[in-house]
Design a protein around this ligand. Structure first.
Ligand SMILES: *Cc1c(COP(=O)(O)O)cnc(C)c1O
Length: 367
């Protein structure tokens, strides 16, 4: 059994994906071919935003968001400490300072109460200018945007949604990728919507931001790519990846239903033995991961291994514990919830093609 079964999905979509790839090989427009624009239109429609702009990966998508918001030296950008490295990395990459925030115990997402405390502390210290918040839809569950947006407005901060794991999730029907000023996602193969290589996208309703992203992703282009009006980067989505994503996006709503079905079956089997994932009223998760909390994680994971069920730890190290961020000296700061999660979470296999009958047969709850 695979932790994330990409082969089953390919088997299901093979004829369509193969045809799409062959089309690209036939027309030969490998960079910014017609499939890229077609995909951007369909992504914008699905997410419910004015602009979807694809790029090379989810990290670049976040970097492009930082560039558009003009984040730089002496700026503070707030982000959860319990996340994937890229969320915090892009802040530091732009020369700004990441200010880490503790997690909400129930949802694993950034804690709005701790967020406001850290903003106030940063203002009181007077060293950095608070500029933006990057909230993360961890494991597929949208962060608490109603609360976070209020805080962003109160302190005049820009809000970025890192929906690398959240694509497909929603709050009261409003889809992930549509929260905040700019949202980003990743099409890394293992994400809820993945391609067959690296890929990413930026979502926004702001026309000016959209124009800037289109320029920055092609060397800061002006009227054409040999007219360079700002320092940018090379971050385009390959046409072949766009072609693959078009077929995967068409199937995505069905996969989302089956992922939620798998999560429900896990809940039913496991809620007696573990703290199972909490989805607040009105929220929907895309289940990038199905994550359990256990005080005896190593022993639990060993038991699953014996049953032939692979498990993974996302994430065993918080950002404030990472060597690369030791220069921030944030270890002395208090992140009790995030540290507890990093020491006790582990994730079970998840995909829209999971044979849940197999899991039931293995009697997961008796693991
Ligand atoms: C995967 C991921 C990214 C980065 O995406 P890549 O496409 O791998 O660069 C950023 N943030 C989060 C939360 C992620 O899970």
């Amino acid at each position: 059994m695979q932790f994330i079964d990409l082969a089953a999905q390919y088997k299901h979509l093979k004829a369509k994906i193969d045809k799409r790839i062959q089309n690209v090989l036939d027309h030969g427009k490998y960079i910014m071919g017609p499939e890229v624009q077609e995909l951007e239109e369909k992504l914008a429609e699905y997410v419910g935003v004015k602009h979807a702009i694809t790029c090379a990966n989810g990290t670049d998508a976040l970097t492009l968001a930082m560039m558009v918001l003009n984040i730089g030296k002496n700026d503070a950008v707030f982000c959860p400490t319990f996340t994937f490295f890229a969320t915090a990395e892009v802040i530091a990459y732009e020369g700004a300072t990441p200010v880490f925030v503790d997690s909400d115990e129930a949802t694993f997402n950034i804690c709005p109460v701790d967020l406001e405390k850290r903003i106030q502390a940063t203002i009181a210290e007077g060293q950095l200018t608070p500029k933006a918040i990057i909230a993360v839809d961890l494991f597929g569950l949208p962060a608490n945007y109603p609360e976070i947006q209020k805080i962003a407005d109160k302190y005049g901060l820009k809000l970025v949604e890192d929906a690398a794991q959240g694509f497909g999730g929603s709050i009261n029907g409003k889809r992930a990728g549509s929260f905040g000023d700019i949202a980003t996602t990743s099409f890394f193969p293992a994400k809820p919507l993945g391609c067959y290589g690296d890929g990413g996208a930026i979502f926004t309703n702001n026309d000016e931001y959209a124009e800037l992203v289109k320029s920055y992703r092609v060397h800061g282009k002006g009227s054409d790519k040999y007219d360079n009006i700002r320092i940018g980067m090379n971050s385009r989505l390959d046409t072949i990846q766009a072609a693959i994503l078009l077929e995967k996006l068409a199937e995505f709503p069905n996969e989302l239903i089956s992922r939620n079905k798998v999560a429900k079956e896990y809940d039913d089997m496991l809620s007696g033995e573990y703290k199972t994932p909490q989805v607040p009223e009105g929220y929907m998760s895309s289940w990038a991961q199905y994550t359990l909390v256990s005080d005896s994680r190593d022993a639990e994971m060993a038991k699953y291994k014996e049953l032939g069920i692979p498990t993974m730890v996302y994430y065993g190290t918080c950002m404030h514990q990472q060597t690369a961020f030791s220069y921030l000296n944030s270890k002395k700061d208090n992140y009790p919830v995030a540290e507890r999660l990093a020491a006790s979470v582990f994730s079970l296999p998840m995909s829209g093609y999971l044979d849940s009958g197999y899991l039931i047969e293995k009697k997961l709850s008796k693991a």
